[in-house]
Design a protein around this ligand. Structure first.
Ligand SMILES: [Zn+2]
Length: 314
């Protein structure tokens, strides 16, 4: 179900128009639900032109994409309806679409969606992760390296959990280890990094059942730790990184890039196994229980117990 952002009535799933209040969002390349979030102000339109190319080529992004595709191959049946929130320029969503998933992309930034429009997605929606209009709509809902940007990440996760149907899955990646905090996080405008337990607890708070929470990008852990220690010694915590610094940090020297990509992409084969190895990123896959009464306390009368059990879409 898709809710009207203006009156909370039910939107027509095809036209996105609202019979209640008459909302008729502009939709050419994407449906514009006109989010009221102001995070947009820190995204520079020119930055996306740069990001589109960098995220396509850079070893970190290529390796992460291959790992995520492997996670989907093993856990999400082809043809599933997938929503990627914070899809940015849409490289991950586009890769999933080319694997046969029916992918919707959502992002706060119109500039990002302009680029994502090249990826052949089923639908693009301009919406805030804090005001997602979807209820039990998708088989899988994902946010890859998004929550660490959001001050109220619990509300964001609640929106993701709401958007997935009972029996569906939520897939998340975030940066791992608060101790690795450094200039990279400031450049990317992160507000935090995560312990495994932080993410597990948050997923459970939303009634989700974590089935896999593990770190990856083990090869980057020691370099990242060294960089974070150096950054702290240099008093970096007080520094504000100008956005153009990001361009230098995303530098991808051909030989080193190829080596780094090979090393990181190796983890793809074992991504389904829990590991104690430390890595710079954290992956979580969680199931939304098929019973509709996950919000109720065990034994307590549940609000939803009187309603008919939810059935997945035909
Ligand atoms: Zn309405």
């Amino acid at each position: 179900m898709i809710r009207c952002p203006r009156c909370a009535g039910v939107l027509d799933a095809r036209s996105f128009t609202c019979g209640g209040c008459g909302l008729d969002p502009a939709r050419e390349a994407w449906v514009d639900l006109e989010p009221t979030d102001t995070v947009e102000s820190y995204f520079d339109p020119l930055e996306f032109r740069y990001r589109y190319g960098a995220e396509q080529r850079h070893y970190w992004h290529r390796a992460r994409r291959e790992i995520l595709l492997e996670v989907f191959r093993q856990r999400v049946p082809p043809g599933s309806r997938v929503l990627e929130v914070g899809c940015g320029c849409g490289h991950v969503a586009g890769s999933l679409a080319r694997q046969g998933y029916r992918v919707w992309g959502a992002d706060l930034s119109a500039h990002a969606l302009e680029w994502a429009g090249r990826q052949g997605l089923e639908r693009l929606v301009r919406a805030s992760i804090l005001q997602l209009p979807f209820e039990e709509e998708f088989d899988a809902v994902c946010a890859f390296d998004v929550l660490e940007h959001i001050p109220d990440h619990r509300q964001a996760l609640a929106g993701l959990a709401r958007a997935v149907r009972p029996g569906g899955q939520v897939l998340i990646t975030v940066p791992a280890h608060p101790r690795l905090w450094g200039s990279w996080d400031r450049m990317q405008r992160h507000v935090r990094r995560y312990r495994d337990t932080d993410l597990t607890d948050m997923l459970r708070e939303q009634g989700l059942e974590p089935v896999l929470v593990r770190q990856f990008f083990a090869a980057l852990y020691l370099p990242a730790l060294a960089s974070a220690v150096f950054d702290r010694l240099a008093g970096g915590a007080q520094r504000r990184e100008p956005p153009f610094e990001l361009h230098h940090a995303m530098w991808d020297p051909p030989l080193v890039g190829r080596l780094a990509h090979a090393l990181l992409a190796l983890e793809r084969q074992r991504i389904h196994q829990p590991t104690r190895a430390r890595g710079t990123s954290l992956l979580a896959v969680a199931n939304k229980p098929a019973s509709a009464s996950v919000q109720g306390e065990p034994g307590a009368p549940s609000r939803s117990s009187a309603s008919t059990p939810h059935r997945s879409r035909p």
